[in-house]
Design a protein around this ligand. Structure first.
Ligand code: NDP
Length: 448
């Protein structure tokens, strides 16, 4: 008889939980995963994946406009939100099925209910069943933060944005980060009148300033409005369904929809962390060591619930590392250095490594190379929208410490360049590489 019911019990079947469970099972562990909502987690069900599909859908608005300059006549062109929404949700169902299948094919038991920790080796399911496991993995993710203001219940979050019945005529988006800028781009292209309000005067903190400025400038040109230093005071719902939003430093505003995109908070409540003596960080996330181990030796945590870097590929790496550490005989930690990331705004931003100001503060002497260009496609289309690429190098040896880009397909292009930055290549290595002409990507090897 085995000492425990399972070798690994995972709470949460999102990106990190699914990867850890699948790989642990492949290493020969007996694994169960509890998921109270849908297998796939935020990324697949109500985050990155459906968001990216909406980004594609939104882009056609400009593509169709531009096509006319390329000789195409498009008659009777119209947009049907419900058909895009339902196609996207249909694909989410497909992916949910695939993720479930992957777990089942690896012999992972899926329990569709909430689980809480009852001790270092014990969980309790919502139906009262007690289960024991040699190791427990917490992968419960995060949820949207909603500012505590009167009437906040009248607003929605990104979770609901995928299910709207119609595109709101006037939309107010609170927050100036990833989600705010991505959904502003999406709904603006679908014809909504979008205003972003942010409590500070900065968008996308953490990204290079020049990229943020360029995005602001292009977003304004596209018709997105901004209000800065505007903290929420409250939302009043009127009889006709419109929302009256009050905020600091600005006039009240009447809109049809308020979307909160003000950060995400780790899902730690009601998990029973105290039953195993698991502590939190000062930001309310589960505290873990370099191997994702919590304060309890038999309990690990990965992904957004640990508040390290709230990105899907990071959660996946962390999940993989835990499985390899516990069941693959290979203690593995994740490198958080040089993580490339992107904002799927219109146009998108992508970056890896240090921003110019970070590098200046940390290294002192740096060199900055730049290319500010108008993509060929935009020239013919008559679209006055410039791309900007920037390379930050260490002053004495020209080692590249950061690359930042804004422009069409920037995330697609940056992924390959990120390999070079992670590998510690220099500006001279880029200069020695022949350009592929004519492309936007060639600007990477032509920067001055
Ligand atoms: P972000 O952290 O990107 O931005 C949060 C924004 O909300 C900031 O502008 C912040 O202002 C503001 N804010 C924070 N707290 C409050 C508050 N209490 N009241 C009012 N405003 C507040 O969060 P998002 O919600 O956009 O996204 C959450 C996370 O999800 C991201 O950090 C990212 O890790 C991940 N994500 C990644 C994506 C991608 O990879 N493309 C896409 C979407 C999400 P201030 O700047 O002043 O602090």
């Amino acid at each position: 008889m085995a000492e425990y019911d399972y070798d690994l019990f995972t709470i949460g079947a999102g990106s990190g939980g699914v990867r850890a469970s699948r790989v642990a099972a492949a290493h020969g562990a007996r694994v169960a995963v509890a998921e109270e909502f849908r297998v796939g987690g935020t990324c697949v069900i109500r985050g990155c994946v459906p968001k990216k599909m909406l980004v594609y859908g939104a882009h056609f608005a400009e593509d169709i406009q531009d096509a006319q300059q390329f000789g195409w006549t498009i008659e009777g062109c119209s947009f049907d939100w419900k058909s895009l929404r339902d196609n996207v949700l249909g694909d989410v169902d497909r992916l949910n099925g695939l993720y479930t299948e992957t777990l089942e094919n690896h012999g992972v038991t899926i329990l569709h209910q909430r689980a809480t920790i009852a001790g270092p080796h014990q969980v309790t399911l919502a139906d009262g069943t007690a289960i024991t496991a040699k190791y427990i993995l917490i992968a419960t993710g995060a949820r949207p933060h909603i500012p505590d203001c009167p009437g906040h219940e009248h607003g929605i979050t990104s979770n609901e944005a995928f299910h709207l019945d119609a595109i709101p005529r006037r939309m107010l988006i609170a927050g100036g980060g990833y989600i705010a800028n991505e959904f502003a781009g999406i709904f603006n292209e679908f014809g909504a009148s979008v205003t972003i309000i942010n409590r500070s005067d900065q968008l996308l903190r953490g990204y290079d300033e020049a990229m943020r400025d360029r995005l602001l400038q292009i977003s304004l040109t596209k018709g997105i409005a901004f209000r800065f230093n505007a903290a929420f005071r409250g939302i009043e719902k009127r009889e006709d369904g419109t929302l009256l939003v009050s905020m600091t430093n600005h006039d009240d505003m009447e809109v049809d929809c308020v979307l909160f995109a003000t950060g995400r908070v780790p899902n730690v409540e009601g998990l029973g962390l105290e039953a195993a003596g698991i502590g939190l960080t000062d930001k309310g996330a589960i505290a873990v060591d370099a191997f994702s181990k919590t304060d309890c030796d038999s309990i690990y945590a990965v992904g957004d619930v640990t508040g390290r870097v709230q990105l899907t590929p990071v959660a996946i790496r962390e999940g993989q590392a835990v499985a390899d550490t516990l069941f693959g005989g290979q203690p593995t930690s994740v490198s958080y250095d040089c993580i490339p990331s992107a904002v799927f705004s219109h146009p998108p931003i992508a970056g890896v490594g240090m921003t110019e100001s970070e590098a200046r503060n940390r290294l002192g002497s740096i060199r900055v190379y730049q290319s500010d260009f108008r993509p060929m496609k935009h020239v013919v289309a008559g679209r006055n929208e410039r791309g900007l690429y920037k390379m930050i190098c260490e002053g004495d040896n020209d080692r590249i410490v950061g690359i930042h880009m804004i422009g069409p397909d920037a995330p697609e292009i940056l992924q390959a360049a990120a390999v070079a930055v992670k590998a510690g290549l220099t500006k001279a290595d880029f200069d020695a590489t022949m350009a592929i002409h004519p492309t936007m990507a060639e600007e990477l090897v032509l920067m001055r």
